[in-house]
Each structure stands twice: as C-alpha cells, then as structure tokens.
Design a protein around this ligand. Structure first.
Ligand SMILES: O=P(O)(O)OC[C@H]1O[C@H](O)[C@H](O)[C@@H](O)[C@@H]1O
Length: 520
C-alpha cells in the first residue's frame, strides 16, 4: 500500500496554518468560557475507560483537521491491514497480530488467521490449566515463590500487570521479577528463596537475550547448588524458541509466535505470571477488556474513537506545538510500573526517524514518555510541570471506585488528581513573580470505574492502539526495534576485551574507560 507522507498532505498544511493563526495562542480557560459544552464535546467513552480530553489545546476544527490527516495518510486502511493479518511489519516481513491473542475462540477470522487462532486458544487453555494447577493443586502447594526471569517486553508488561492486579492476586504466593543483568537483582531475590518452593519462569521471546540467558543460567546453578532436584518441575519456559528452551533443560514450555512483538506480548504465554496471580478467569477477563477495546478501535467512527483521538492529539502536540515529552501520572499505586511499561510501548515503537522505506523523515516522532505515580510526583517534579519553561502535556489516570480499607485515603488521592489537572490549566497570575502559575497547561484524564482485569486490559489495548495511530500517521514501522541492536553487538565485542585489555579499534573514550576499569 503506498501512502502519502503526512507532511505532504493538504491537512498538514491546514493544521500548520491553524497552529500559526490560532493554535499557538489557544487558551484553555477562554475555551471553557466560550463553550459551556466543552467537557461533553471533548470527552469520550470507550470500553471500560472514560477520557476527558477537554483540557487539551484543541477545538472542533483542530480535531476535524487531524481526522482529515488520518484519512489522507490512510490510517483506516493501515489499521484494517493489521486486523486482516497482513505483514505490516515490513522490515521483518511479519504480521502484527497481538489482537488475535485476545480474540474469542469463536471469532470469525480470515482463513489464513483461523489456524493461528486455533493455536492461540490451544496454548491459552493449556497455560491457564497450568496456572490453575500451580495455584490450587495439592501437588503444588509447596510452590510459594514465582520468579520471572526476563527483560524488556518479557518483563515490563507482566510485572506492571501483576502489580496492578494486587487486589485480585492469590494469597500465599509471592511474585518477583528479575530483569537486570546486575547480579544484585538476582542475588537479593534468591537470598529469600528455597529451591523446592520456587518456580522460575524463563521468559524470552527469542530465548537468546544475553541478560536473560545469564540470569536464567545463574538461577539454575543456584537451584542445583542449593539442593534443588527437579529442574523440569521448577523451570518453565515462555518463548517462541521452544528448541532453545529444551536445550536449557526446560520441559514445560508455553509458546507464542513471531507475529507477537515483545512489547505487545503480555497477552501471550508471557502473561503466565499474571495468570498465576489472578487465575484463569481473571486472565480471560483481561483479554476480554482488551478485545472490547480492539473492537472499539476497529469500528468506532474516527471522531469518537478514543485511540484515534489520543494518537492524533499526540501528533498535534509533537509536530505543531513542538512538545517533546509527555508525562504519565497514574494516581494509583497499583499502576506504579505503568510509566515504565508505556516507555517501552511508545518509545520502542515510535522512536524512529525513518519511514517504512528507510527514508529520513523531516519531522519529529515519538515524544519522551516519563512519569511516576501520584501523589508522589507532585512532591518531586510537578514544580516543573506547573512553572517550568517547557510545556509538558500530562496524562492522568485515575480510578473511581477503589478498595477502601482505610478511611480518607482514596478521597485524598482523587482530590489531588483533580486539583493537579485543574491547577495546571487554570494557573494563578494575580500574585506575581515566584508565585505565578501561567496555567493553560494541557492534560488528558483517563478514568476507570474500577481497576480490575477487564479495565486494565482495555486501558493497555487503548495505549497500544494510540501508539499505532501516531506511528501510522508518521508512516513509520512501529513494530521493529533495530535501534537496540548496535549496543547489543558492541557489548559482545567489549566483554572479552575486559579480560584481554585489547583496545584496538575502539574510540578514545571507550578505550580510556576500559583501561581505567582494568587498572589495579
Ligand atoms: O523476549 P526477549 O527475546 O528476551 O527480548 C526482550 C527485549 O529485548 C530486545 O532487545 C528488544 O528491545 C525488546 O523489544 C524485547 O522485549
């Protein structure tokens, strides 16, 4: 499919004019004064997620031009190509079908996808049976600790989701995540464990990632050295590379397929820690929430399509306002790893400066994504959000109904998230100097009725699709990650040099550091 580059479309030129004439000076406070229905116009209900977008620097004209831009760049065709199973990951000649992992077994799909859907459900069923066995079978009662060894997409998604689902997690089992090759991480986890009560999940799409392989081998060595007997019972593989897992000594393996990108893999076997925590029914709820968002993305008109509205807003801010970052502020301690998960999702997907054909793009792409849970961030970097010299759009995530074990806490949390979004926008300019808040600082507000498996699934699928939308308009391949390869191969080159001291061919700085590291 040949597509028009976004900056060559008529809509882009019109958006540019709009920005120069009105967008640059857009004032949120005036916009609310002028339009009593602004909240309704710029809020959007989607499955299990309500979004208030009204505190963003947009009006009806901006949104309609952004939609024109989406149409001109072929967003809908691109989306439909993904859902049709076409190989839209062109640099790796792969389909992008993580949505299939959450499609019900009786979903009508194309003849080409039907065998894949069968494999998905066969694996899902056996993985969930296994999870239930570990959770409830008397034979596995002794397993109290589950250690996921993986990195990147084989760590961030499951770790974030297990933490997010803490209110639903089985009692009596602890979940740990070892990702860093820094031995401190593995050592501190192992220090608390006994081999006979530990289940290791070696999670790696490729089963070649050096950090994961070293951590897994070290865990295996510890297991044997501490008297562990039955490797097959205590090590499970989650991978597309079943042969490599077998060579490692693993017998129980749950597979997935090359059409699942690492950062899109928590719905696959990589989600086993989540299933162990919340059970088969809970995991199916997570998938159902994501599937509902998939359907919304596929079928809602663009103007009422939440992933589309968010993704296009990202374009407006990045390419016209020039905002170079977005802060994500989940007002939920359970969602404390959401920013890290979203960093990989967005920055590994869209952190690219060439189009599908490798041509350099003359405009900016993925913003820097960063954040911490609220209210913690307020006592750290919110100073800059309120009074700093750069405007950073904030995305708040809040939960309406939460478990209320202690009086007052949830209300305080909600009062704070509302107050932050409000004060960023309204500002305060009657005092002068240090005490002035310029206001007019944009934010989006995502509200979940409750944080449960279904709403979490929907929230995450929403984020996946909004990243798809901006990547698609920019014309980049959101599904490869060549940018991580160079560092990997140079690390392989450097490792033996740390032993030999050979600095031949290295740049001056790396050579100098290597000499210093070897000096006695
Ligand atoms: O799951 P694995 O094959 O071990 O890969 C783990 C991670 O490492 C790679 O370098 C990629 O940048 C990530 O996209 C991936 O999630």
């Amino acid at each position: 499919m040949s597509r028009v580059r976004c900056d060559k479309t008529a809509a882009w030129a019109k958006l540019n004019d709009l920005y120069q004439t009105q967008g640059r000076d857009f004032d949120l406070r005036q916009a609310f004064t002028a339009d009593a229905t602004r909240f309704e116009t710029f809020s959007q209900s989607a499955p299990y997620v309500f979004a208030d977008l009204s505190k963003n620097r947009i009006d009806a004209q901006t949104e309609s031009l952004l939609i024109e831009l989406a149409r001109e760049t072929g967003l809908e065709q691109h989306r439909d190509a993904m859902f049709a199973g076409e190989a839209i990951n062109r640099t790796e000649q792969r389909a992008v079908m993580h949505f299939l992992l959450r499609s019900p077994a009786d979903q009508v799909v194309s003849p080409a996808m039907a065998p894949e859907l069968l494999k998905v459900h066969a694996t899902l069923d056996s993985m969930l049976d296994f999870a239930e066995k570990i959770r409830h079978d008397a034979a596995y009662k002794d397993i109290t600790d589950i250690v996921n060894v993986g990195i990147g997409g084989s760590d961030l998604g499951p770790q974030m989701a297990v933490l997010a689902m803490q209110d639903f997690a089985i009692a009596g089992k602890r979940f740990q995540f070892v990702s860093n090759v820094d031995e401190h991480e593995l050592l501190s986890v192992l220090a608390e464990l006994k081999p006979q009560s530990t289940l290791f999940l070696v999670a790696s799409k490729t089963f070649t990632t050096p950090e994961t392989m070293l951590n897994a081998h070290s865990a295996l060595r510890w297991f044997k050295a501490s008297g562990g007997q039955d490797v097959a019972r205590h090590f499970v593989g989650l991978t597309t590379n079943l042969a490599a897992a077998k060579t490692f000594g693993i017998q129980t393996c749950f597979g997935f397929w090359d059409w699942v990108g690492g950062r899109y893999s928590l719905w696959s076997a990589i989600g086993l820690p989540i299933a162990l925590a919340i059970g088969a029914a809970g995991f199916r709820e997570l998938l159902a929430g994501a599937h509902a968002m998939d359907q919304h993305f596929q079928s809602a008109p663009l103007a009422q399509n939440l992933p589309v509205r968010l993704g296009l807003l990202d374009i407006w801010y990045r390419n016209f306002h020039g905002f170079s970052s977005r802060s994500i502020a989940p007002y939920s301690s359970a969602l404390r790893r959401l920013p890290a998960y979203l960093q990989q999702l967005e920055m590994e997907s869209n952190g690219k400066r060439v189009d599908m054909d490798g041509q350099t793009l003359p405009f900016a792409t993925a913003p820097v994504l960063w954040g911490e849970p609220g209210t913690n961030g307020q006592h750290a970097y919110f100073q800059m959000l309120h009074q700093g010299s750069s405007v950073v759009p904030v995305e708040f995530v809040a939960v309406k109904n939460a478990l209320q074990g202690m009086p007052g806490h949830h209300e305080k949390l909600i009062a704070n998230v509302l107050a932050q979004a409000q004060s960023l926008m309204v500002g305060k300019t009657d005092v002068g100097g240090h005490r002035d808040f310029p206001g007019n600082r944009p934010s989006s507000f995502l509200l979940l009725d409750a944080l449960n498996p279904r709403s979490l699934g929907a929230l995450l699928a929403l984020q996946e699709h909004r990243v798809f939308v901006s990547g698609s308009v920019w014309g980049i391949n959101s599904f490869d990650q060549w940018g991580v390869e160079l560092g990997k191969s140079l690390a392989q080159d450097i490792a033996p040099r740390l032993q030999s001291g050979d600095v031949q061919g290295l740049d001056g700085s790396t050579a100098g550091l290597l000499r210093r590291l070897r000096a006695t």
